[in-house]
Ligand binder design. Structure first.
Ligand SMILES: CC(C)(COP(=O)(O)OP(=O)(O)OC[C@H]1O[C@@H](n2cnc3c(N)ncnc32)[C@H](O)[C@@H]1OP(=O)(O)O)[C@@H](O)C(=O)NCCC(=O)NCCS
Length: 188
């Protein structure tokens, strides 16, 4: 388990299913994700079964639960996907499910920790992400964690009846190491 200033990242468990279903189908949150379509409990149960067993090098994915460090409340998930052993890169993704818990610093903290895991534990060289142009809160959180905006993909997402451009953001291992060299942990 990895400790940040506000959150703890830990393995997903099947017992997280109720907490996932509590807020996962909230349009306010889902509209910024790859698809805003609602997910049934059965769909999520199957996803959770797969995600809880993933290993980074065999499955190319690592998804962890985000919980409040003090209360242990389940807040959402954060992860790395498309982990490439050939190129040592991965794609970042995150969701704080309950809109009432967004904007409190949890996302920035969880982002820094998964970057720490990606660079220090997995030894990756770069981590990138795609985010909708209108998702200003996400971009701010990612910039605080060290991501830089490096490009734009036109009309990448279809949401709310229109196409929207997506920003590409990334961070290199060398940049992350300036802030978080080996031995320096995020939680004090
Ligand atoms: C994106 C997300 C992970 C960010 O996590 P978070 O906990 O909400 O973000 P944080 O509180 O750590 O940081 C948000 C920052 O954006 C700022 N912010 C919030 N709303 C904003 C807005 N509408 N416009 C500009 N800045 C905004 C906050 O003030 C904060 O910056 P500050 O610390 O300098 O004040 C979370 O909001 C989320 O899961 N959203 C829904 C799903 C989603 O968008 N996933 C990502 C898809 S790419």
């Amino acid at each position: 388990m990895y400790l940040g200033k506000k959150v703890r990242l830990r393995a997903l468990e099947m017992s997280d299913l109720d907490a996932i279903m509590a807020h996962w189908n909230t349009y306010e949150t889902r509209r910024y994700l790859y698809s805003a379509m609602p997910h049934s409990r059965e769909h999520e149960r199957e996803w959770l079964e797969r995600a809880a067993k993933q290993t980074p090098w065999e499955d190319g994915s690592l998804t962890l639960a985000i919980e409040d460090r003090d209360t242990q409340e389940f807040l959402g998930t954060v992860g790395l996907a498309r982990i490439s052993p050939e190129n040592m890169h991965a794609e970042f993704g995150i969701a704080i499910h309950n809109p009432a818990q967004q904007g409190k610093g949890y996302g920035t903290d969880a982002t820094e920790i998964i970057l720490w895991i990606g660079f220090h534990e997995l030894g990756l060289n770069s981590i990138h992400l795609y985010t909708m142009e209108s998702n200003v809160r996400a971009q701010r959180a990612y910039e605080k964690a060290g991501f830089k905006r490096v490009g734009k993909i036109r009309q990448y997402m279809y949401s709310g009846g229109e196409y929207e451009d997506a920003f590409v953001m990334d961070i290199l291992k060398s940049e992350f190491m300036e802030r978080w060299p080996p031995g320096k942990m995020i939680a004090n």
